[in-house]
Structures are given as structure tokens and as C-alpha cells.
Design a protein around this ligand. Sequence first.
Ligand code: ZN
Length: 71
Amino acid sequence: MKDHKAYLRSKERASAKEADELDSRDIRCPECGRKILVAYGDAAGHVSVYCIKCREVKKIDFKRFRTGKKA
Ligand SMILES: [Zn+2]
């Protein structure tokens, strides 16, 4: 289990390093405007994100949420 955690951490570190090289933008909750996610330039497809303010899961399609302030 310890090895598995170390493996996951190494994957996170590699992901963070790659993300630092990409453009990013904030994705805001369509209901309340709260920042619920940061999308990077290579983000594609659909994700479910929980908005703690609305207490609801929002389903986001990145291609429909292309614009937004840079994070
Ligand atoms: Zn919300």
C-alpha cells in the first residue's frame, strides 16, 4: 500500500510539472459563479465537479467552457 501511494504521488508530481507548462483557465459554477475547477490547455471531454456552495454536482463539457479568466 505504501508503494502504491508513492506511485500515485509520483504521478501527481509529473502531472503538476506538465500542467505548469500549459495555459490554464478557471471554470466557474454556472449557478453561483464560484470557481469550481481549473482547466489546462489540453483538457478535453466531460467531468463532474461538486460545487460546495450549491451543494450540487455540475457536469462540465470543456469544449463548452472554453473561455474564462486565466488562473
Ligand atoms: Zn455553485
